[in-house]
Design a protein. Structure first.
Length: 213
């Protein structure tokens, strides 16, 4: 089942006042959505939520404990700078070595790359780009599709994506099987999520969940 990821914690459309706030992120997790949010760091190892600038100070412990506080959800941390990626990676590696546990959450960095690889080997597709078959079969963890940040009336969302983007994404099974069977990558281990995206990230998480059910 494709996971629904609340972009910047949003579930009912774009909202600059709510996005990337502790309250909104935790609300989305409480409702059972996965979440993606933007994180920045400073030279003192402080972390901040915020897309264009550091806005809301949070601790690393807050970030790393979200999946434990909200069982069944997955957290996707978008590191907005390379420096933030390095700091998060160092702290995460230290936690793993000390407690011998798996990764606490997913994290990644990208600028304008078509595809970014997360720490858990998921492929995070650039917003609005439809992944090709190769994106699906080369990602061990799965492929995350990010829907364009479109402003639309709530009533328009389901029809728009049922007829266009979602329909094309969720019906790649036949093409993917033919690709693998062709032997182009004969030694390729086909991942569990080869036929559909592992997750879809959107501001309209509530409506996406309904559209997928």
């Amino acid at each position: 089942m494709t996971r629904v990821i609340a972009h910047r914690g949003l579930i009912d459309g774009p909202d600059k006042k709510l996005e990337n706030t502790v309250e909104q992120i935790e609300l989305a997790l409480q409702k059972g959505y996965d979440v993606e949010f933007d994180v920045r760091s400073d030279r003192l190892n402080n972390f901040y939520l915020g897309h264009d600038s550091p806005e809301h100070c949070v601790s690393y412990d807050w970030i790393s404990n979200l999946e434990y506080r909200f069982p069944g959800t997955e957290v996707w941390v978008h590191c907005k700078t390379v420096e933030t990626l390095i700091k998060v990676s160092q702290l995460n590696r230290g936690t793993i070595e000390k407690n011998q546990m798996k990764y606490d959450f997913h994290f990644f960095y990208h600028d304008k790359d078509d595809v970014a690889l997360t720490n858990t080997t998921a492929s995070w597709i650039y917003p609005g780009k439809e992944p090709n078959i190769y994106d699906f079969v080369t990602s061990k963890e799965g492929t995350i599709v990010v829907l364009p940040e479109l402003r639309m009336e709530v009533s328009e969302f389901k029809d728009h994506y049922n007829e266009n983007f979602l329909r094309s994404l969720l019906k790649k099974k036949e093409d993917t099987q033919q690709y693998v069977a062709s032997g182009y990558k004969s030694d390729l281990e086909v991942p569990r999520s080869v036929t559909t995206p592992y997750g879809i990230c959107t501001d309209y998480a509530r409506l996406l969940r309904k559209a997928l059910n």
